[in-house]
Design a protein around this ligand. Structure first.
Ligand code: NAP
Length: 224
C-alpha cells in the first residue's frame, strides 16, 4: 500500500514503539496522529521529529484508554480534522511485571483496561471510519505464557483472539496482530531490540509486504 497522505492514528505514540512507528510513517509522507496519556511534552517532540522527517500534516491528541469519553473525543477530533482514518494502530499498553500474588487490583485493572478493553473500545468507535487496516500490537507474551506476566499475557492472548474474530467480521479491511518480542522501551527498562526494528515491521505490515491473510499474527522476531 502506498502510504503517502494516508491518515494513520497511532495510540500511545508519545514514546517507545509508538513513537518510532510514527517516525516510519512520517518518512512515507503519511498524516500521523500521535496520542499521549501522561507525556504531552514527549508527544510534541515526536510530532516535531515527524515534521523534520517529511510529515506535512499531523495531530497530537490526548487519549486515556481507561476513559470512555476520552476514546470518543479522540476519534471525533481525528474525524473533525481529516474525516476518516486509513490505518488505526492500537499500540498503547501497560505492564505490571510481578507475580500475581503481588499485583494490586489497580494494576490488574490497568492492564486489562488499557491493553484489551480500551483497544476494543477504540476499535469499535473508529471502525465505521477506517478505510484500510487495523494493526493491533500484541506480544510474544500473547502466544506463550510467562511467569510474572500473568495478567499481561491474558490481555495479549485476548488481543489475538479479537484480531482473528474481527478479521472475519470486517472483510473490507485488513486486521493484523503484530507481536514484538522484548523491545528496549520504558516498559522493559530499555532492554531488548531497538524499537526501530519493531516500527519497521509495523510499517511493512501496513505496506502489505508480508502478504499474510487478514487476521494473521506477524511475529517481529521472524524479521530480525
Ligand atoms: N517493550 C516491549 O518489550 C514490548 C514487547 C511486546 C509488546 N509490547 C507492546 O508494545 C506496545 C508499546 O509498548 P512500549 O514498549 O512502546 O511501551 P512504552 O514505551 O511504555 O509506551 C507506552 C505508551 O502507551 C501510552 N499509554 C499508557 N497508558 C495509557 C492509557 N491509559 N491510555 C492511552 N495511552 C496510554 C503511553 O503514554 P504516556 O507515556 O504519554 O503516558 C505511551 O505512549 C504495548 O502494547 C506493549 O504491550 C512491548
Amino acid at each position: 500500500m502506498e502510504l503517502k497522505n494516508k491518515v494513520v492514528l497511532i495510540t500511545g505514540s508519545s514514546i517507545g514503539i509508538g513513537r518510532y512507528t510514527a517516525y516510519e510513517f512520517a518518512k512515507e509522507g503519511s498524516k500521523v496522529i500521535i496520542t499521549y496519556y501522561k507525556d504531552k511534552e514527549e508527544a510534541l517532540k515526536t510530532y516535531n521529529t515527524c515534521l523534520e522527517l517529511g510529515m506535512l500534516e499531523g495531530l497530537v491528541l490526548y487519549l486515556n484508554l481507561k476513559d470512555n469519553g476520552s476514546i470518543v473525543k479522540c476519534v471525533n477530533e481525528v474525524l473533525d480534522r481529516f474525516g476518516y482514518i486509513d490505518i488505526l494502530i492500537n499500540n498503547a499498553g501497560v505492564l505490571a511485571w510481578k507475580p500475581l500474588r503481588e499485583q494490586s487490583f489497580e494494576e490488574i485493572e490497568a492492564q486489562i483496561r488499557v491493553n484489551l478493553e480500551g483497544l476494543i473500545k477504540m476499535t469499535k468507535v473508529a471502525l465505521p471510519h477506517i478505510r484500510e487496516m487495523i494493526i493491533n500490537i500484541g506480544s510474544g507474551a500473547g502466544k506463550t505464557g510467562f511467569p510474572e506476566l500473568t495478567t499481561y499475557c491474558a490481555t495479549k492472548f485476548g488481543v489475538r483472539g479479537f484480531t482473528q474474530s474481527l478479521a472475519q467480521e470486517e472483510t473490507d479491511i485488513k486486521v493484523y496482530t503484530v507481536n514484538p518480542g522484548m523491545t528496549a522501551t520504558r516498559m522493559t527498562g530499555y532492554k531488548g531490540v531497538s524499537p526501530n526494528i519493531v516500527a519497521k515491521v509495523i510499517l511493512n505490515t501496513a505496506k502489505g509486504i508480508y502478504r499474510k491473510p487478514s487476521g494473521s499474527d506477524i511475529d517481529v522476531w521472524e524479521y530480525y
